[in-house]
Design a protein around this ligand. Sequence first.
Ligand code: OKP
Ligand code: ZN
Length: 343
Amino acid sequence: MKTVFSPKHAGHAGNLELLAGEMLPAFEMPSRAEFIRGRIETVGLGPILAPEPFDLASAGKVHDAGYLNFLPTVWDRWAAEGRGGTALPFAWPTRGLRGDVPPQAVEALHGYYSFDGGAGFVAGTWEAIKSSHDTALTAAALVNGGERAVFALCRPPGHHAGSSFMGGYCYVNNAAVAAQWLRDQGAGRVSILDIDYHHGNGTQQIFYRRGDVQVLNLHADPMVEYPFFLGHADERGEGEGEGFNHNYPMPFGTAWERWSEALEDACARLAAFTPDVVVVSLGVDTFEKDPISKFRLVTEDFPKIGRRIAALGLPTLIVMEGGYAVEEIGVNAVGVLTGFEDA
Ligand code: OKP
Ligand code: ZN
């Protein structure tokens, strides 16, 4: 299996996040991608290719123009105010406040376009975001060109980014942009299977009213787990999208037996949709030792996930999302890929 990867992710480093009442170094750190890249080389998964630059036209179909134009400017505007550290918002337009007037101050506009304090910027953040976007689209182009499956080793991740919001380490929704690009290239229907521990709230929001992109999400129950506020089982899509969104919220402590039942149900729904291509939002934060998550998947489970997805028999783009047990995410993420190839 080919991998697409850019070293430019590494400029997105040293940023802090607001977590449990403290400013902490973000769990989403450069070593994550490097452990995965290293493991790909160790097992000889296949060639690692640099991304080609893609323009933001497909991104502009799933993200709001004002939002997309803001992202490259955040760090420079923050620094121009004489600020350093991590650019982060500290006010948000919640219910009862006006959410229709984009403010001028950079920290306010950052809040206007965020749902939490988890998408900070440092000097290299935009370049990393763009390289992650290019990585997903270069991999999508390889799938479109006939590859059975391609791995987009994206960093930063994307599935929490909605049409006009960032959050949870995510800025541009790489999987959603790739799904849109594949539609633009002629795929009639695309399924997105999101198996990250956290609900892909951005992906759900982007496609909620669309019937051409099915979204299936396996995740921890949003009543008790981040990102909260979305991801319940009764969210099934609206309008044209009615019946094309499926959520599988699961309790803390969920292990393979229950998790794999949800995967089985999701795969059956996916097959019934008869998509032309599958986009997998791959998070390995379902792992028992993940430092911020509470599922109980073990290393031996990850190849089984790959085998099940391969059994769908469809062209597959695998896009990296979360996973924070840095020592093990290489083995676990690549375990999904080798499981896919063994199938
Ligand atoms: C991203 B992905 C909020 C930060 C809380 C967020 C975890 C994001 C997970 N200020 N932590 O889905 O793996
Ligand atoms: Zn996650």
